[in-house]
Design a protein around this ligand. Structure first.
Ligand SMILES: Cc1cc2nc3c(=O)[nH]c(=O)nc-3n(C[C@H](O)[C@H](O)[C@H](O)COP(=O)(O)OP(=O)(O)OC[C@H]3O[C@@H](n4cnc5c(N)ncnc54)[C@H](O)[C@@H]3O)c2cc1C
Length: 417
């Protein structure tokens, strides 16, 4: 088989990349090792509303299942709520959304091949294309490509075949279950908990409707027994009370990339997109919408390379133009989050909560990290007490979003991204 662009992995990044490349008129093959798109789900289904304007399409409203107004941050007896602006989100049916994205790629002209696993590739490192070995039903066939987009997730085999995976890059692990029949305290709020049950991470109750929720624990601490962490979390009195009459219906656990998995996102004729390129946003490690956005940039970059002779190395610059401000800020948090996770006890949970809730800036966290616990506590408590602080911070966050959207919209027009 021959194609212009081979996309490996039909998750959000791959489907979006394939849609962009096929829509530009390139012969595009999209291979997915699973027999069915979007099954099983490994996601809590939370998407930040502020990222929706970055998408290359208007999201059908039926895919946005439940509106979440904000997040409650909880460390033992201390809690505060952030609403609106960057804190509002939607619960999606991830499986239905993935299927819709795959259909969009097919409607754009991509050939989707299911149960087809990328095994390895021989590539011209100077950018002259290559040949990939794909396994389907015990048979191996070859696909000759000009550009390959590796969108095959956190365990990326494309990255492995390039020999570019950074050894020991820190991963995040998460155990998530969907519950039905829950008595949620506030179905319009995501509840984010910090404590011993989530060392170097957080746990959450993310409502999917008035009585359904994804309950999960995630950590970047590779020594943590994540299944035990989950048990400890659901045993908390406040959580147990909400799950009293609920039953587990579906497991959605998995891994995400935390530290960059590779030094670059383009090698020769290969672009990496989505989790394979660690394109998720810290500190909460949201990856679904970034994968779609970055996949679209990868597909468009491939098209511009093959149709207009633009070098594939422009991928990073194109990403910077589209989502760069957000991804750069996110990358800056990695080492800070690792420093916090190296601390133990309540001080680390307070700091992490303050950083995630934007009540303590990254600069202030660096200073407070060796300070006493009381100063951190008073910082969080003073937020609840001061209406003025709330108004000022909310206003500055909303202004920042307006700026980001304007920046992205202008760049999109100028650079056709
Ligand atoms: C437990 C959990 C909860 C999460 N919750 C959220 C959340 O609430 N909100 C959010 O924004 N993000 C969340 N994320 C992150 C989000 O799911 C990912 O960032 C997103 O799915 C990345 O999309 P992707 O297309 O890059 O990778 P994936 O979704 O992993 O898709 C990769 C695809 O490639 C296929 N593939 C893999 N290897 C091969 C191969 N060799 N050949 C062919 N196909 C292959 C896979 O089968 C898969 O379909 C969560 C992640 C986990 C693990």
């Amino acid at each position: 088989m021959k194609c212009d662009v081979l996309v490996v992995g039909a998750g959000p990044a791959g489907c979006s990349a394939a849609a962009a490349s096929a829509a530009a008129g390139l012969k595009t093959i999209l291979v997915e090792r699973k027999p069915e798109i979007g099954v099983p789900i490994t996601c809590s289904g939370a998407i930040g509303s502020y990222l929706l304007p970055y998408l290359p399409f208007k999201t059908p409203s039926y895919l946005l299942k439940h509106r979440i107004e904000g997040i409650e941050f909880i460390v033992d007896d201390i809690s505060y709520v952030r609403r609106g602006g960057p804190w509002s989100s939607y619960a999606i049916d991830r499986s239905a959304f993935d299927k819709w994205l795959a259909q969009r790629a097919v409607d754009s002209g991509a050939d989707l091949i299911l149960s087809a696993e990328f095994i390895d590739a021989t590539m011209d490192r100077s950018g002259g294309g290559g040949r990939a070995q794909i396994k389907k039903e015990d048979e191996i066939f070859e696909v000759e490509f000009k550009v390959m987009i590796g969108a095959d997730g956190a365990e990326s085999r494309v990255l492995k075949s390039l020999g570019e995976r950074v050894a020991g890059a820190r991963m995040g692990q998460a155990v998530v279950y969907e519950y039905e029949g829950a008595t949620l305290e506030s179905p319009e709020l995501d509840q984010l908990y910090f404590g011993d049950f989530a060392p170097g991470g957080y746990a959450h109750i993310f409502p999917l409707s008035d009585n359904r929720a994804n309950i999960g624990v995630g950590t970047i601490d590779s020594d943590a027994d994540i299944r035990q962490c989950f048990q400890d979390f659901i045993a908390l009195a406040r959580v147990a009370a909400q799950l009293k009459d609920a039953r587990q219906t579906l497991e959605k656990s998995g891994t995400v990339s935390f530290e960059p998995l590779s030094r670059k996102r383009q090698y020769g004729s290969v672009l990496l997109a989505g989790e394979a390129a660690s394109q998720n946003i810290k500190p909460l490690v949201e990856g679904f919408l970034p994968a779609i956005i970055c996949g679209d940039v990868a597909g468009k970059t491939a098209a511009r390379c093959l149709q207009k002779g633009e070098p594939l190395s422009s991928y990073q610059r194109n990403l910077d133009r589209r989502l760069g401000l957000i991804l750069r800020e996110s990358d800056r948090l990695i080492s800070l989050l690792e420093d916090i996770s190296d601390l133990s006890g309540r001080r680390s949970y307070l700091l992490l909560s303050g950083l995630c809730g934007n009540l303590i800036s990254p600069g202030a966290v660096s200073k407070l990290i060796h300070g006493d616990e009381e100063r951190i506590t008073s910082r969080l408590e003073s937020w609840n007490k001061s209406k003025l602080k709330q108004i000022l911070l909310n206003a500055s966050e909303r202004l920042a979003i307006i700026y980001l959207h304007a920046h992205a919209a202008v760049n999109r027009k100028i650079y056709k991204l």
